[in-house]
Design a protein around this ligand. Structure first.
Ligand SMILES: *[C@@H]1O[C@H](CO)[C@@H](O)[C@H](O)[C@H]1NC(C)=O
Ligand SMILES: *[C@@H]1O[C@H](CO)[C@@H](O)[C@H](O)[C@H]1NC(C)=O
Ligand SMILES: *[C@@H]1O[C@H](CO)[C@@H](O)[C@H](O)[C@H]1NC(C)=O
Ligand SMILES: *[C@@H]1O[C@H](CO)[C@@H](O)[C@H](O)[C@H]1NC(C)=O
Length: 607
């Protein structure tokens, strides 16, 4: 089902010249890969990429790691022998340890080759402050970002399966790569690392050639595979999977950094159920300062909307309660992110691995997530495993969106069934319906073997939060006020004549900031109900024959009845002792920014 690895290990002598081949295309690929998780996504036509600009990054804020009575508590089902991790467990003979022979650090090997450490530091090329990462310790101890209860969970290391760590590599600055490798060595019990496999996808940086070979040779459990042709992220990971011998494969982007105790929870979850694919909680390394920051605090998961693009989102309230009750237990996520995840190797190959029919990068994580859910497995986030990702800034490369749209279209064609029309509605500017030459049958054997369910099942059982646009929708998505940039949703506790008022909600909290559908027939619909007017305020009511009074004129949301036309405007309203932001009809000739609206995320045409 998968192309075999396109190259064998290159003869050692050939590796150095081979990596000098310039592959400019790849540079943009790497940027894209990371820019998917980029926090400032500035594009006019943000129809294809997930809208990630709303992600609140709490820098040293929202850190609430309390001392908890659960400390020392053990995960039920683990075989505890009560042994504390003795230092020896972690001794891989990596630089700085006294056992075995002292290994040379990557930077000193690079210097031995007469290559300046600060040779390739153009921040525009790498989208990070390269000087800064080179000056930051490659053996630093990141803050322990896990929930407090995690430190007390003990795993019986001898009963856990061992992992092959697969690191796809393309032109990563030496220090971010070395920081990752050192972190893996320092934070993983030796017994649990079967091997570290670096899959070099045609890097051309000097120091990633012969010096990296020399560095890697010092470790008997580390190997480097040099591809002779451009693989892209999906194929690189699949080449790694096929070379791997460990029971578990753990994929890590070359610009990630692992935290204390990161590996055991991932292996533990998979040892309990081999059909679970488990992602660590994601932290953030700032691309400019290289500070390590908190991000996932048992409050974030991943999902996708009809564009099939991955997004980080807060976990919904019902799941929040569950996670709060079991703060160390891996929890379900509609989708995992591709930068770091662990999977049982045999299961991964059985279930079809990654879709290698996808082009170069992007979209494979959502496809894998939908497939595994529909075919009987599960996707999970481990609270006790923390891995940071460098969220690179900026984007000077011209982006060819068609590749990502193509990949996302594959996902839609393969898995959405009748729901695939929504993919095309949301991507109407970019994705044309497939041509007869397009083949989306790569996963057909998997579908048959695993008797995979239809997308309906996913909507009912895994991801009921995905909102389906009603028939006749012209605009769909968050209703974002241009003045305040906030979104709106039905109030839980504020009513006008017993109808819930529309109140301001943080756009990131998708389960409060609902998707609104403006229908061609003039109805403004939210969660199957209609927006009507009560004492000039916008409220949520059952739909009636009179609900069809809305029209979007430019950015003004206009309501017309026998008395004339008025414009929906954000206003303050007293609610007990506080003011809340809500929406009221005002004369259109008095319109301000507060009367302007964007159907924020997506423009949708179902006709
Ligand atoms: C990058 O980091 C270096 C070293 O810390 C610093 O001197 C420089 O100002 C930084 N550049 C930017 C653009 O922040
Ligand atoms: C493993 O997880 C799948 C998906 O959640 C579930 O259907 C199956 O019963 C689990 N298997 C075991 C052995 O727990
Ligand atoms: C309005 O006030 C009530 C009572 O103080 C409070 O429970 C509710 O959360 C408030 N609503 C909003 C939207 O702030
Ligand atoms: C029109 O706008 C002005 C200035 O913003 C405001 O003072 C006035 O109350 C508005 N009129 C109405 C009818 O809302």
């Amino acid at each position: 089902m998968f192309p075999s690895p396109p190259t064998k290990y290159l003869p050692r002598k050939m590796r150095y010249p081979a990596v000098l081949v310039l592959m400019l295309g790849w540079a943009s690929v790497v940027m894209w890969t990371t820019s998917r998780y980029r926090l400032q996504l500035v594009r006019e036509n943000d129809l294809v990429f997930g809208k990630t600009s709303d992600i609140p990054i709490h820098v040293d804020k929202g850190i609430n790691i309390n001392k908890d009575s659960n400390i020392g508590k053990v995960i039920p089902g683990t075989n505890i022998v009560g042994k504390s991790r003795d230092k020896k467990t972690y001794e891989h003979g990596h630089p700085g340890t006294k056992t075995n022979t002292v290994k040379k650090s990557f930077s000193s090997v690079i210097k031995d080759f007469g290559i300046s450490l600060f040779k390739d530091i153009n921040p525009d090329r790498f989208h990070i402050n390269v000087t800064r990462t080179h000056e930051t310790s490659v053996s630093r101890k990141a803050p322990d970002t896990r929930p407090s209860q995690c430190a007390g969970v003990k795993y019986d290391i001898e009963l856990l399966p061992a992992a092959s760590i697969v690191i796809p590599l393309h032109n990563e600055p030496w220090s971010t790569l070395e920081r990752l490798i050192n972190g893996v060595l320092n934070h993983s019990p030796k017994l649990l690392i079967h091997e570290i496999l670096i899959i070099d996808d045609m890097s051309d940086l000097d120091y990633l050639g012969a010096p990296l070979d020399k560095y890697v040779e010092q470790f008997d459990f580390m190997r480097i595979f040099r591809s002779k042709e451009r693989l892209g992220t999906m194929k690189s990971r699949m080449v790694g999977t096929k070379l791997a011998k460990g029971d578990i494969v753990v994929f890590l982007d070359s610009h990630t950094e692992v935290n204390v105790g990161w590996l055991e929870p991932l292996l533990y979850e998979i040892s309990r159920n081999g059909t679970a694919i488990v992602q660590p909680s994601i932290d953030i390394v700032d691309p400019q300062t290289f500070q390590y920051r908190y991000y996932f605090q048992n409050n974030i998961r991943g999902h996708f909307k009809w564009s099939m693009a991955y997004e980080f989102v807060p976990i919904p309230p019902n799941q929040k309660a569950e996670v709060k009750a079991h703060p160390t237990k891996a929890f379900d996520t509609p989708a995992i992110v591709g930068c770091a995840f662990a999977v049982n190797r045999k299961y991964f190959l059985d279930i079809g691995g990654l879709d290698t029919g996808m082009r170069t990068w992007g979209g494979e994580d959502v496809e894998l997530s939908i497939r595994v859910w529909l075919c009987g497995g599960s996707m999970k986030i481990s609270p006790c495993s923390h891995v940071a990702h460098i969220f690179k800034k900026g984007h000077p490369f011209k982006m060819d969106y068609s590749d990502l749209v193509y990949n996302n279209r594959r996902t839609a064609e393969m898995w959405l069934g009748d729901y695939r029309k929504y993919f095309y509605y949301f991507n109407y500017r970019y994705a044309k319906p497939p041509e007869s030459s397009d083949k989306f049958n790569i996963m057909d054997p998997v579908k048959e073997k695993f008797k995979c369910k239809s997308f309906d099942w996913l909507l009912k059982n895994v991801y009921p939060e995905l909102e389906i646009p009603p028939e006749g929708t012209v605009y769909f998505g968050h209703m974002r006020n241009v003045g305040s940039q906030y979104c709106f949703g039905p109030a839980e506790s504020v009513f006008v004549t017993s109808y819930p008022l529309l109140v301001m909600a943080d756009c990131f909290f998708y389960y409060k900031a609902k998707s609104f559908a403006l229908l061609e027939a003039g109805l403004l619909v939210v969660s199957g109900k209609c927006i009507n007017v009560e004492k000039d305020f916008l409220v949520v009511t059952p739909c009636t024959a009179e609900s069809n009074r809305w029209k979007l004129k430019g950015k003004l949301l206009v309501y017309t009845d026998d008395l004339g036309s008025k414009c929906a405007t954000q206003v303050s309203k007293a609610n007990n002792s506080e003011n809340i932001q809500t929406i009221k009809l005002m004369p259109c000739d008095n319109a301000t920014k507060a009367s302007e609206w964007q159907f924020a995320d997506k423009i949708f045409r179902s006709h």
